[in-house]
Design a protein around this ligand. Structure first.
Ligand code: GLP
Length: 241
């Protein structure tokens, strides 16, 4: 595990964007695993800026997103499909046909999870997976539990996650109760994993995840076992370690 200490959110975002842009430059048809939430927005903003300057080319890049709310799709403003278009895809030269996100509109969980796992397999796995960190230690939507879930699965969101994510919705009751998420095995099989974390509110969970025991009760703790994991965090998020 490597830790990059950033001064603040903007610095964290530039550091993470540097790692991603190096990946794209070295392997122009790489598979990027992408994340949502407020943590990676600055990273995407920086990538867009470098794309506009002509420094990065996304024409051949393929992407797989971590997760999507069950019931939401591209017509829903709060869906992760719309999030990705708004915060990255609509501002770079990526071919939308090369971008993959679980289909929250598919009510058949088994067929959707099988389909998504086969998408990841067909792409040949993930070269670089970008992650945020949920306040309860979740990655993607892998919530704390009794075991690590391997592949894409449907998850019942914890009350903590619903409460943390209600800021993106008009009311807490609008937050979907279920999501499709990539599994821990999908994430662990990525060649490289980069996590962005900022703010004092995440300091306790950063300590528990990366300086505590490896346990499914703190899903991100499994990343301690990844062979190429980089935590890019600002000083506030690292204040407890
Ligand atoms: C959501 C996403 C996660 C993300 C988490 C943290 O629950 N499913 O992938 O890491 O939010 O979000 P934020 O970065 O806004 O704290």
């Amino acid at each position: 595990m490597r830790i990059i200490r950033a001064k603040d959110y903007d610095h964290m975002s530039r550091q993470a964007a540097n790692i991603i842009s190096a990946q794209v430059i070295l392997k122009p048809d790489c598979v990027l695993g992408l994340a949502t939430g407020s943590s990676p927005i600055g990273t995407y903003r920086q990538l867009i800026e470098w794309y506009k300057k002509g420094d990065i080319d996304f024409e051949r890049v393929r992407t797989v997103n971590l997760d999507e709310y069950v019931g939401l799709g591209c017509s829903d403003e709060q869906s992760y499909t719309r999030f990705m278009r708004r915060n990255l895809f609509d501002s770079i030269n990526i071919d939308l046909a090369n971008t993959h996100i679980p289909n929250g509109k598919n009510p058949d969980a088994k067929s959707e999870c099988d389909r998504y796992d086969s998408v990841i397999r067909t792409l040949g796995g993930i070269d670089l997976q970008l992650l945020g960190l949920g306040p309860n230690g979740h990655i993607g939507f892998n919530e704390p539990g009794e075991c690590f879930q391997k592949g894409t699965h449907m998850v019942a969101l914890s009350s903590e996650t619903i409460s943390a994510n209600k800021r993106f919705f008009e009311a807490e009751s609008d937050v979907p109760r279920f999501a499709y998420t990539m599994g821990i095995c999908d994430i662990m099989q990525a060649q490289r994993v980069v996590m962005v974390v900022s703010g004092a509110a995440k300091a306790d969970i950063v300590k528990a995840a990366f300086f505590g025991p490896i346990t499914p009760k703190v899903p991100a703790s499994v990343l301690q076992l990844h062979r190429d994991f980089t935590l890019v965090a600002d000083e506030d998020a690292l204040s407890m370690i």
